[in-house]
Write a protein that binds this ligand. Structure first.
Ligand code: SF4
Ligand code: SF4
Length: 288
């Protein structure tokens, strides 16, 4: 298990996405922290797996202005690339600096019931930074959400719960052994953390990516429903598998196990929806 390193006031951030309509309600600004200790084969943010900044290469933008023997990367530094084909993903940001950018759309947040969402990677691999950032957002009057596996040991659950208006927590592979083998995520660690933050009054929404061959069986969905019900969580977002991350694997030269797998539509997950609704879970299907 990864242990937190680095400062409470800095973290590597890959992207700040404005005007997002997912990930917490209303119009949102989503900040992505770099680094995740897990390895979900379907991860759609592979650029956020490594904890360090890394080079990304967009072949479509390359004008071959510098030699690339054997198709390898040229020797120019990313900042010298004239077309931004070669870039660096991730840069160190302070809480102050990220906060200043994140609250820029405050007027839209207020009108739409939106706010700021912290995502990743696994943002809680930088728990001290995440808590500090979210609590500063709240102090600035902005609603906060956190997308997380919640499957990392928490150092200060009360501070995190106080800083976070809504936790968006992954429910992927329900069987513990299989989850650990496939993704590295221990659902029992997540559930212990959930019990703690729920007792502190946290609002929690389950997030269920539906991935063919991994999370889409009736047995797996029913297993997740049982865990949700036992914990008293009554809301979940269903996320049908998509291929939006595929090109990112190419850009960072990383293998992708699910290449070419068909995307799912809302209709494809109707069986999942039925099981959830039968379990008394109120759901939203992403993309509907
Ligand atoms: S500098 Fe940029 S455009 Fe030129 S060869 Fe390198 S990656 Fe391609
Ligand atoms: S936990 Fe999230 S960021 Fe980490 S590997 Fe899984 S899908 Fe990717």
């Amino acid at each position: 298990m990864c242990s937190e390193t680095g400062s409470a006031t800095t973290a590597i951030v890959t992207n700040v996405q404005r005007y997002s309509l997912h990930d917490g309600g209303g119009i949102r600004t989503v900040a992505f922290l770099k680094g995740c200790p897990f390895h979900c084969p379907w991860c759609c943010n592979p650029e956020n797996l490594s904890f360090e900044p890394q080079v990304s290469m967009n072949e479509r933008l390359c004008i071959h202005c510098s030699p690339r023997p054997g198709g390898r990367l040229c020797e120019r530094r990313p900042e010298e690339c004239p077309t931004e084909a070669k870039t660096v993903l991730g840069r160190e940001r302070t809480v102050d600096d990220l906060l200043a950018e994140a609250v820029r759309d405050r007027v839209f947040f207020e009108e739409s019931g939106g706010g700021i969402t912290l995502s990743g990677g696994e943002a809680l691999a930088r728990e001290a930074f995440a808590t500090e950032f979210l609590s500063r957002c709240k102090a600035a009057g902005v609603q906060t959400a956190l997308e997380t596996t919640l499957a990392v040991p928490l150092r200060d659950a009360p501070a995190l719960a106080a800083a976070t208006d809504v936790f968006l927590v992954d429910f992927k592979i329900a069987d513990r052994e299989r989850s650990i083998a496939v993704t590295g995520i221990d659902p029992d660690v997540r559930d212990e953390n959930l019990k703690e933050i729920l007792a502190l009054g946290a609002r929690v929404v389950g997030r269920m990516p539906i991935i063919p061959g991994y999370t889409d069986s009736r047995e797996n969905v029913a297993g997740n429903v049982a865990r949700l019900v036992e914990l008293g969580i009554r809301r979940a977002d269903v996320l049908p598998f998509h291929q939006l991350g595929e090109a990112k694997y190419d850009a960072i030269g990383r293998d992708y196990a699910l290449r070419g797998l068909h995307q799912l539509t809302a209709d494809d997950v109707s069986g999942v929806v039925e099981i959830l609704e039968r379990g008394g879970i109120t759901i939203i299907v992403s993309g509907e």
